[in-house]
Design a protein around this ligand. Structure first.
Ligand code: HEC
Ligand code: HEC
Length: 383
């Protein structure tokens, strides 16, 4: 936590030394052990003051209809940027959505945003929660612009970061600053990274090492939660149906799919519909790609820091990491004996893991927590 504190004190909001600063321009110093270079879009270069502004925006509750919800309400730094232990997120007036909040840590490596990939970038993603009726609940983005164009602190910050004032400050600058902050949240150097990439023999316990063997062999986890020679994102950035949630709507699929296609939903309608209507939410990638292969397919989440972000899956329906492994061990059904859904990914089959092997796999995933959050893992373990 020391590194975190130092960064916060510096006001840079940059975690763990990935970005160094020269002349106020943040430059990549090379990613931490276990991660690839950080992709930065040409039209939104990193800068310390921009990252700092993004952090302030992300924490500003005035950008919600009730003045009570900020992005950080659901992506709290001290909860690895999630709202654990909530199953699905709570927005204004305690309204609930349909999905579990993913972490923003290492979100920069996601090729698409949201569980169904309906948003193409961090900049685009940041537009949506403000106007989602069950999240921040604004009618449109105007109230945000009024605040950032008139609050003296924002006026000063937008002038120094973007050289803009008054009507020239738009949602483009607001979302660029938020995205810059998110891009700075690059974290690794976990016990796993130190062992696998750093050659530090003792960094993993024996159980964790056995768990890794299962992860890459018998469990076939690695086919989607990717680990490579020099880096491990633990995601393939693709969409798969692993049998979560879809079983509840199996009979309704033809009707829901038809309705969806008939509505020819606009991108905005998709955003609102999937977060307000439980059944439509389960169509997932189908609602974006409109292909039947994608029914019930969700984006492979990273497993970094996963021990801190229970409950699991897009709907938060699995309480513990052990429950997740049992679900996979059953071949993509939560309760053994339940029917397998028609759209299950080909990669998901019963695994025949013993109880001890299941424990090892869980132990391995616990080795993916960054040192700065290790104390949180200890606290979670004590509960
Ligand atoms: C009410 C809780 C809530 C609020 C407020 C909220 N989020 Fe989220 N966030 C979520 C949920 C739930 C999802 C997943 C939604 C989905 O996939 O359909 C999500 C997804 C994301 C993702 C995508 C991550 C990934 O891997 O796909 C990012 C990035 C993100 N939010 C950032 C933000 C930002 C920036 C704000 C403020 C502008 C914000 N969120 C406000 C709950 C919230
Ligand atoms: C076919 C691809 C695929 C395979 C194989 C796979 N996963 Fe997943 N994993 C996913 C997808 C997709 C999700 C999200 C599914 C959802 O929410 O409906 C997921 C979710 C998870 C989660 C929950 C993460 C979170 O933040 O909610 C964990 C933990 C996990 N997988 C571990 C494993 C383990 C361990 C294995 C091997 C036994 C494995 N996965 C095999 C694709 C896969």
């Amino acid at each position: 936590m020391k590194a975190l504190l130092i960064c916060v004190l510096l006001g840079a909001g940059v975690l763990f030394g990935v970005i160094i600063v020269q002349g106020g321009v943040a430059q990549s110093e090379g990613p931490p052990l276990g991660l690839p270079p950080v992709p930065i879009p040409e039209d939104n270069p990193q800068a310390v003051a921009k990252i700092e502004l993004g952090k302030t925006l992300l924490n500003d509750k005035r950008f919600s209809a009730t003045g009570e919800v900020s992005c950080a309400t659901c992506h709290a730094e001290e909860k690895a940027f999630t709202d654990s232990p909530l199953t699905v997120s709570e927005g204004i007036n305690k309204l609930t959505g349909t999905r579990n909040a993913p972490t923003v840590l290492n979100g920069v490596y996601m090729e698409t945003m949201f569980w169904d990939g309906r948003s193409p970038s961090l900049e685009d993603q940041a537009l949506h929660p403000f106007v989602n009726p069950v999240e921040m609940g604004l009618e449109d983005h105007e109230p945000i612009l009024e605040i950032v164009r008139s609050d003296p602190k924002y006026v000063k910050a937008f002038k120094s970061v973007f050289g803009k004032t008054g009507k020239d400050v738009t949602m483009k600058e607001v979302t660029q600053a938020i995205a810059a902050f998110e891009r700075a949240q690059v974290v690794a150097n976990t016990p796993f990274d130190r062992w696998y990439y750093g050659g530090e023999e003792g960094a993993l316990t024996e159980s964790q090492r056995r768990g890794f063997e299962i992860f890459i062999n018998q469990g076939r986890c690695v086919s989607c939660h990717v680990v490579e020679q020099t880096q491990a994102l633990f995601t393939d950035n693709r969409f798969h149906n692993v049998g979560v949630g879809i079983n509840n709507i199996q009979k309704d699929i033809p009707r829901l799919a038809r309705e969806f296609l008939r509505a020819e939903a606009t991108a905005t309608e998709v955003n609102v519909k999937v977060l307000t209507d439980k059944k439509s939410s389960e169509l997932s990638r189908f609602a974006v790609a409109r292909t039947f292969d994608d029914l019930g397919a969700f984006k492979t989440p990273t497993l970094r820091n996963v021990a801190l972000t229970a409950p699991y899956m897009h709907d938060g329906s699995l309480e513990t990491l052990r429950d997740v492994v049992v679900h996979y061990n059953n071949g993509g059904v939560t309760n053994e004996g339940d029917p397998v859904n028609d759209f299950l990914s080909g990669g998901i089959r019963p695994l025949q893991l013993t109880d001890k092997e299941i424990d090892d796999l869980v132990a391995f995933m616990e080795a993916l927590t960054i040192p700065e959050f290790a104390h949180l893992a200890d606290e979670a373990g004590k509960k």
